[in-house]
Design a binder for this molecule. Structure first.
Ligand SMILES: NC(=O)c1ccc[n+]([C@@H]2O[C@H](COP(=O)([O-])OP(=O)(O)OC[C@H]3O[C@@H](n4cnc5c(N)ncnc54)[C@H](OP(=O)(O)O)[C@@H]3O)[C@@H](O)[C@H]2O)c1
Length: 228
């Protein structure tokens, strides 16, 4: 029998960096106060699964509410309802796929820091990019990715002026890869014994969602063919 397979959620980045310099952090903190950008960050990430590094979790001080937080670390922390620990990139993706399918969310968002942006750089297909127009002399974490506009579409770009809420001028752009590759997994991939420790309790609910959303995917793929 043909295995049941479906498209996995896409991976997006959300990053705020200085321009010039590409600084994203200093002494495990953000080097700026931008209230408007924080609001934007919340609106993009809420209700999605977010992936971050252990140091970023420490800089936030707590898992982000209204989001499932997957944290990468070589050490195993204690899982809670909205915080799951992963000790490898593969485990983080496995958990992010599993939870996103349960939540019927089609986008996983990588929120940093520098090490974690490096880890998923071949996989992200969209970026919410804030550029803070200030030259910071001090910085110890960077996001230096350059975007070749032959490969990326700019789908939004807005400028913001320094104000009582925002310490510096900044812009927010949204870029999408022109060629969107997709990741696929088979239902059986989620039943591998060593991966199931953190998912066992919800596996039946998951199985149901996986089957249902697979049918939705097929309809989405068929639609343009019917129109043509
Ligand atoms: N401006 C922005 O948009 C933004 C966003 C996020 C963060 N930041 C800033 O970025 C800085 C933090 O970035 P960072 O690069 O130092 O740290 P990070 O990426 O947040 O976390 C690094 C940690 O992640 C874990 N890790 C990394 N690769 C792993 C792998 N393959 N498998 C398992 N665990 C792995 C390790 O944890 P263990 O050491 O526990 O093993 C490592 O020490 C802070 O200054 C923060 O404020 C800025």
């Amino acid at each position: 029998m043909k295995p049941i397979e479906r498209i996995m959620p896409s991976i997006s980045y959300i990053v705020a960096r200085s321009n010039p310099g590409g600084v994203i952090g200093c002494e495990n903190q953000l080097p700026w106060r931008l209230k408007t950008d924080m609001k934007f960050f919340r609106s993009v990430t809420e209700n999605h699964v977010v992936i971050m590094g252990r140091k970023t979790l420490e800089s936030l001080g707590r898992p982000l509410p209204k989001r499932v937080n997957i944290v990468l670390s070589s050490k195993k922390g204690v899982d809670t309802e909205n915080l799951l620990w992963a000790d490898s990139k593969e485990m983080a993706l496995y958990l992010a796929d599993f939870i996103s399918i349960l939540k019927e969310s089609s986008q996983i968002i990588v929120i940093g820091g520098a090490q974690i942006y490096g880890l998923f750089r071949d996989l992200f297909t969209k970026i919410y990019l804030t550029e803070v127009f200030h030259n910071f002399e001090k910085g110890d974490a960077y996001f230096a990715e350059q975007f070749d506009m032959r490969e990326w579409n700019s789908i939004e770009n807005r400028d913001y002026k320094k104000s009582e809420f925002d310490e510096f001028d900044f812009s927010i752009s949204i870029l999408e890869r022109k060629i969107k590759y997709t990741r696929h997994r088979k239902l059986e991939d989620f039943f591998v014994a060593e991966s199931m420790d953190q998912t066992r309790e919800r596996i039946e609910e998951f199985r149901e969602k996986f089957r249902r959303t697979k049918q939705l995917d097929e309809r989405q793929i068929l639609l343009p063919l019917l129109v043509a």
